[in-house]
Design a protein around this ligand. Structure first.
Ligand code: KG4
Ligand code: ZN
Length: 355
């Protein structure tokens, strides 16, 4: 039996949770910074770390209060070590280190992507896994396809070679003039659209388990915006989607539907191929983009295997998933020293905890 406090500050959510046995979240507090970043149409890293500094203490106190536990009752404190925005990560890590030192509790640095995997095991009935499984982790910062052969045993099969899937949703959302984050806004708009109206490309990559979304993003941009003089040659610069003017004859719902169809098709294809090739018994789907109903539907429709995804509230970043991942590491004897460093880039693979 373990009781673990998890802390997550890798991006724009300040989160803390107390989790019992890696399954039941006794508390799960998330303080979102969405309102702060919405005006910029994306995450503003410096603002994110400042907002973490302002709210972390209150968020952790609230998680402890709601769980009705005191620090003496904790077995360990877990914190996201990476990947993520370095300034944001450092706020959570330094807070957790101070807390571990003051309370004399073991500390565990957790990989954020591993957290997304364990978000799938938080519900009391979900804890059993019949390995091997393939997991597609898709969020604003990551699109990773990983084979899991046992608790903590990962083999990275592939991932995006440019934009993450959520990032593509956010950028196309901005092009279409939809609110940030683009994922849920595009999904809502797509409900009234016809995906067959436009045909957007699904990029071919060298590996069947890699994705590429930057060409798709550009294809949408070209399709829906008025091209300024000289566009497409030397004058095209990064961020052009911010300034481009939408064509008057564009039906945003149709574009949203066609774009969503292309992204989810690419993700589903690679995942199903991996599940088949590696004789998996189940498909896992997690991360912010796993909230997308079209993606869930495609995986379920096209696979005979069970497809597991988190409840909507646990798809996006939270600290319960960090505490849940830490439970399995804690039980396997894993501990981090007080000197561990934030890792802004950190893949989930066989080497994740041994490098
Ligand atoms: O996991 P998450 O909260 O943060 C990161 O670790 O990045 O994921 C946020 C991302 C955003 O890019 C957002 O647009 C996307 O998840 N997202 C969605 C949906 N809900 C959130 N994308 C597509 N469909 C959705 N329903
Ligand atoms: Zn995440």
């Amino acid at each position: 039996m373990t009781t673990i406090l998890g802390i997550e500050t890798s991006c724009d959510d300040t989160a803390a949770a107390v989790v019992r046995d890696g399954r039941v979240d006794r508390s799960n507090v998330v303080s979102s910074q969405l309102d702060l970043h919405a005006q910029f149409g994306g995450i503003f890293p410096e603002l994110a770390s400042r907002a973490h500094v302002e709210s972390i203490s209150a968020v952790v106190n609230r998680a402890m209060d709601e769980a009705d536990v005191c620090y003496q009752q904790l077995d360990a404190i877990a914190v996201t070590q990476g990947p993520g925005l370095i300034g944001s990560l450092l706020v959570g890590i330094n807070f957790a280190k101070g807390l571990a030192l003051a309370t004399d509790k073991p500390l565990l640095g957790v990989n954020h992507l591993e957290g997304h995997v364990y978000s799938l095991l938080l519900e009391p009935n979900d804890a059993k896994i019949d390995f091997p499984v393939v997991v597609l982790i898709v969020s604003g910062g990551h699109s990773e396809l990983v084979l899991i052969t046992g608790h903590g045993e990962y083999r990275r099969l592939g991932g995006t070679i440019d934009d993450a899937a959520g990032e593509a949703f956010d950028k196309v959302g901005r092009t279409l003039g939809l609110p940030f984050p683009g994922g849920p806004a595009i999904e809502r708009a797509a409900q009234n659209g016809d995906a067959a109206t436009y045909s957007f490309p699904i990029a071919k990559t060298d590996s069947p388990y890699d994705f590429s979304f930057s060409g798709l993003k550009t294809a949408v941009l070209r399709q829906v915006t008025v091209q300024p003089a000289g566009h497409g040659q030397r004058k095209r610069r990064r961020g052009a989607e911010k300034r481009a003017q939408l064509r008057g004859d564009i039906d945003i719902a149709d574009v949203a539907a066609a774009f969503q169809d292309a992204v989810t098709e690419a993700l589903a294809r690679a995942t199903l191929k991996a599940a088949c090739h590696y004789h998996c018994s189940e498909i896992f789907l997690s991360g912010g983009v796993s909230a997308n109903q079209m993606l869930r539907h495609k995986l379920r429709e096209q696979s005979r295997l069970p497809v597991r995804f988190p409840p909507l509230a646990l798809c996006t970043d939270n600290a319960a998933m960090i505490a849940a991942a830490a439970h399995y590491r804690y039980c396997a004897g894993h501990r981090s020293g007080l000197d561990f460093e934030a890792r802004s880039s950190w893949r989930l693979s066989a080497e994740t905890y041994s490098e």
